[in-house]
Write a protein that binds this ligand. Structure first.
Ligand SMILES: [Zn+2]
Ligand SMILES: [Zn+2]
Length: 370
């Protein structure tokens, strides 16, 4: 069927909004009418080349929409269901899913190519070329076909522009605190960077019972907005936070630091590690360069029994956690409305990413036309 999608043809951009063709769903696949897609920083990493991807690609992985059609063997969802898309499948039966670690499901392998698991394309350009979608999704198109294990049903009364955020940014940030730390009652927590992910690390830390949630964020208004999500002390940089960290922890450092900046490097991670205290955990959820150097002291790692915890998808099991987070929203325990700064049409996608870089958005969301 015909669709409209934002396609990245080369590193450096721009996103090109063009007519594309979407394939029929295969036996285990689902055709989704995409209603909204979050403008996650990860898709911008394709533009900068920090995350290598096979190009051209239809961007977007933080999607929500309505199931239009399902393949003959699909059991998880049915036409008419509202769904959020999962950027990592949750097959349920691989070694990692079976151990409760769907965030590293084996079926995520090869997703950087964007093609379906059988290696064929679900999107076609007007010249007939088959192309992939971001993480085998492509929610910057108003229709997409994906494997049923990349969908989870969501309640029909949740707006699509909020459901989409929970599928990536909210789960990742919340989980980084609740599962990655894990943050415990009474903890002192530092969150570095409060965009569409870090803001949810603040919410997660609050829900996990942290006493003090310090935020280091250079953009004034985001820093102030984080107070509404649960931050207790806000600073423009980690250096400015050092005095308060020392005061709260008898000079020892925070229990959990969460590095949620847009792009991390070894020095920044080293700084997060340095301000983490004895037996503390430095959680990294951000993406950065491929350089293989982190500035940490091996002695500190050993002598202070510290941990560095990498976190994909917030260590969430999205089939469980996404519906739970949405219930928590309905019960007013987490904030979602306040995460959406600006809603854009698909044609404005380049402007939307420019706004992200300019620090204008906690999260921008594309609302698709139908
Ligand atoms: Zn994302
Ligand atoms: Zn699996």
């Amino acid at each position: 069927m015909k669709a409209k999608g934002a396609v990245l043809h080369q590193v450096g951009g721009p996103w090109v909004v063009e007519d594309i063709e979407v394939s029929e769903p295969g036996d285990n696949e689902v055709l989704v009418q995409v209603m909204a897609s979050g403008l996650c920083h990860s898709d911008d990493h394709f533009v900068t080349g920090d995350i290598p991807a096979t190009l051209p690609v239809v961007g977007g992985h933080e999607g929500a929409g309505i199931v239009v059609k399902v393949g003959s063997k699909v059991t998880r969802v049915a036409p008419g269901d509202h769904v959020a898309t999962l950027f990592i499948p949750a097959c349920g039966v691989c070694k990692y899913c079976a151990r409760g670690m769907s965030y590293i499901c084996n079926n995520g392998a090869g997703m950087e190519h964007g093609l379906a698991m059988d290696g064929t394309a679900r999107f076609h350009l007007s010249d007939g070329r088959g192309i992939g979608g971001s993480t085998r999704l492509g929610s910057f198109a108003n229709y997409l076909v994906c494997h049923e294990t990349q969908t989870v049903k969501v309640p029909k009364d949740i707006p699509f522009d909020l459901a989409c955020l929970v599928s990536c940014g909210v789960a990742t940030g919340y989980g980084a605190a609740v599962y990655g730390g894990p943050v415990r009652p009474g903890d002192v927590v530092l969150v570095m960077g409060v965009g569409g992910v870090g803001m949810n690390a603040v919410q997660g830390a609050r829900l996990a019972g942290a006493d003090h949630i310090l935020v280091a964020e250079p953009v004034d208004w985001k820093r102030e907005a984080s107070v509404g999500f649960g931050a207790t002390d806000v600073f423009a940089s980690v250096d400015e936070a050092r005095g308060r960290i020392a005061e709260l922890t008898n000079g020892q450092g925070v229990d959990v630091s969460i590095c949620a900046v847009g792009r991390v490097d070894g020095d920044l991670l080293g700084l997060a590690f340095e301000v983490t205290g004895k037996a503390g955990t430095c959680v990294l959820l951000a993406v950065g360069s491929h350089e293989k150097s982190i500035s940490i002291s091996p002695q500190d790692l050993t002598n202070f029994s510290k941990r560095i915890q990498g976190v994909l998808y917030g260590l969430c099991n999205p089939v469980v956690d996404i519906p739970m987070l949405l219930r928590m929203y309905q019960e007013k325990r987490i904030k979602l409305d306040e995460l959406v700064t600006t809603r854009y049409g698909l044609d404005d996608i380049n402007e939307a990413y420019a706004d992200m870089h300019a620090g204008k958005n906690i999260r921008g969301v594309v609302i698709h036309n139908h």
